[in-house]
Design a protein around this ligand. Structure first.
Ligand code: GLN
Length: 187
């Protein structure tokens, strides 16, 4: 069985662990650099990217995560996790600087802080799946080597670059496991 770490500082950690269980993987909360050695992949959940970025630095995890990703460990950032993976941020400071994307924080503004919709993401599933956006970012620019998986109203909402997956939405807050199953296939 694949063991998937969920960065456990803050945000929708429990929800990701539950979704992993439903999809047939073992999820473990990860809060130390040493714990990165016993997982097959890492999920960086939604939450507050500025807080998680500070905690990654305080706990000495920023460089170890970067090294693991460079050595091929699959990683998936959802919402704040997408912000943390990006090389460029509009409205904030970059953290892990691994994906060739420019991400606009809180892109949907205050009026539309949160919304739900359904979209067809062919790589994830044959039928449209439910997506939940909570004070979500979008990808303003994606580099040539980045595959765009999903666009909502002309804004990029999910991307993949080699062993890195990023989504602006929260699949772990729906009953649908298509996104987590896609990530498990990357492992
Ligand atoms: N708005 C948050 C940030 O900028 C992200 C929100 C989320 O992860 N749901 O970090």
């Amino acid at each position: 069985m694949k063991t998937v770490g969920v960065l456990g500082f803050q945000g929708s950690v429990e929800e990701h662990l539950n979704a992993l269980g439903k999809a047939g993987a073992a999820g473990v909360s990860v809060k130390t650099a040493a714990a990165l050695n016993s997982i097959d992949g890492l999920i960086i959940p939604g939450g507050e990217s500025t807080t998680v970025s500070r905690l990654l630095n305080i706990f000495g995890m920023t460089d170890p995560i970067r090294e693991k990703i460079k050595s091929g460990m699959p990683v998936w950032g959802t919402c704040a996790g997408m912000i943390l993976l990006a090389k460029n941020i509009i409205g904030g400071e970059p953290c892990l600087k691994m994906m060739d994307i420019t991400v606009r924080r809180n892109a949907y503004g205050r009026q539309a802080d949160s919304f739900k919709c359904r979209a067809l993401i062919p790589e994830f599933a044959e039928n449209p799946i439910p997506l939940v956006f909570i004070r979500a970012p979008w990808v303003e620019h994606a580099g040539e080597n980045v595959q765009i998986l999903c666009e909502i109203d002309g804004h990029i909402a999910a991307v993949r670059q080699n062993n890195m997956l990023a989504a602006a939405f929260h699949p772990e807050l729906t009953e649908n496991t298509a996104a987590v199953e896609y990530f498990l296939k990357m492992i």
